[in-house]
Design a protein around this ligand. Sequence first.
Ligand code: GLU
Length: 457
Amino acid sequence: MTVTVRFAPSPTGYIHIGNTRTALFNWLFALKNDGRFILRFDDTDVERSKAEYAEAIATDLDWLGVKPDRVEQQSKRFAIYDAAVEKLKRAGLLYPAYETAEELERRRKLRLTRRLPPVYGREALKLTDADRAALEAEGRKPHWRFLLPNFKDDPFSPERTEVHWDDLVRGPQTVDLASMSDPVLVREDGTYLYTLPSVADDIDLSVTHIIRGDDHVTNTGAQIALFRALGAEPPAFGHHNLLTTISGEGLSKRSGALSVGSLREAGYEPMAIASLAVLIGTSENVIAAPDMAALATHFDPAATSKSSAKFDPAELDTLNRALIHALPFEAVRDRLAALGIEGEKAEAFWLAVRGNLTHVNDAAAWWRIVNEGAQSAPDLTPEDLTFVRQAFDLLPPEPWDRETWKIWTDAVKEATGRKGKALFMPLRLALTGLHSGPELADLLPLAGRERILARRP
Ligand code: GLU
């Protein structure tokens, strides 16, 4: 069977680096197994789901290099969920319950004082048709619970019922269905909670592997039971650890911080984000993979740690620098042109400056320095000022190339007796206004004699 995975975000906000981890675990798993990747928008919550978020998520994924084979929206698939509900009702596996949240809480406390597990006691199953009619006459509407298969003949005497799965990340897992309440699948107002649409879709779309965050581990037992109740073999499951901020807080869709969109705007390369999102919190070294195929060779779900991992934005800078330092001109030609960096010197300029950049956009500042000189008046001591003026008078004639710098500084050394830092630093300051940057041997011919002379302080 073709490996089929899905990434199922709710379009209630922008995706962040943590959601990206889930998307990429699925994407790389599909890539490695010649499989299919479905993007499924879990948008049954019409109040909170927004088309603009769905569009932004699709854009962000595309920019990262995730290209879904199929896109589905749950809001267009209600017929499938309604059919699943009918199937469960006919089998007697979905029953109406009328308790309010307060009633449930009271019962939970009572069970605890009686040293019973604090799970739903299935009291609603005892209601007769007349009881239900009376409750509905009072204006109460039922929510619907899935009857977990954790008993032999008597649902009021649940027995230990183990469900097992071999988690792709966490290894063999066991849950006891008797330790759980029958999950509510349909609310009083007829809307669906996440569980049933998710399982019905996973069946309908022939999903073979569900890879998601480990905040869903506790849902898996009931979901496996639901797959079986709907007549399907459950898929394989993998639950990866979650990412937190550097101070250990969970990432929130609503915080906007660390959203893929804001990282893109800050000028990060997609593969820097992808590499970090996939490789932190695993036993693999965090490296900057140049493309998805390379990242896939470092991806192994079983190598993922079981505890949460901290996302450090500083690591993103390191990876971004590593990627940029190796980017050929062709890969950035259009982006540089958009920054106004074009013409016959653009390629030589890129090769000269890329080793000094954290973001591609930082090239614009160097382009200005090359073409216009220092952007602020160089801070030179009176002695250095005299020295620099003397040096400028020794600038060799054109044509200039990479050797020009050495020819010039040899002449300056000869004439002034200065050498080392005392020679280079004032010149660097006069030429660029900065204490560090690309090789001056490269910058000199890019600027040309006329522009350099114009910088004589
Ligand atoms: N919409 C769910 C979420 O974002 C999907 C969970 C799942 O992958 O099953 O948490």
